[in-house]
Design a protein around this ligand. Structure first.
Ligand code: ZN
Length: 150
């Protein structure tokens, strides 16, 4: 590691902070990046630089979006009376990969975890309660999402 120039060492050290990436893999990825065309690297760097400023939470469901409302909430062909409650956006993506569920979502962004001091106020539960008080919607969890699919 110490024999690497700072330009590569800095990239490798950053990559090592990513989940599941050790020093050897980080070095391999840094070398891979070094071999990419400069234009690709500039595009990647620009996307990384603007990731946080461009990415927002959908004001309806808390999915990630670059607009006020995500594509799913904005789609009038989806059944907005069925809400699938999911823990994370990754769960939402899993349902969407199935391409069968046609309702909308509510992303909690975590789960209640008293040992780690995560309570209902740390999640998007208040917003869910407000939403299901609306008689047009009936909230559902993953099992119900599955039964909707079946
Ligand atoms: Zn949304």
């Amino acid at each position: 590691m110490s024999s690497l120039p700072n330009s590569l060492k800095n990239i490798s050290l950053f990559l090592e902070r990513l989940p599941g990436i050790g020093e050897k893999t980080a070095n391999r990825l840094a070398f891979f990046l070094l071999n990419l065309p400069e234009e690709d690297l500039k595009e990647f760097a620009e996307n990384v630089a603007t990731l946080k400023s461009k990415t927002k939470l959908c004001k309806n469901c808390f999915n990630f979006t670059e607009k006020e409302v995500c594509e799913i909430c904005d789609n009038n062909e989806r059944d907005h009376s069925i809400i699938c409650v999911v823990e994370t956006v990754l769960d939402l993506l899993s349902f969407e990969q199935g391409r069968i569920y046609n309702g909308v979502y509510h992303v909690l962004h975590g789960k209640i975890d008293p040992l780690n001091r995560v309570g209902p106020d740390d999640l998007k539960i208040g917003e869910l309660i407000s939403k299901i008080k609306n008689p047009k919607s009936k909230a559902t969890g993953p099992q119900q999402c599955t039964s909707v699919i079946n």
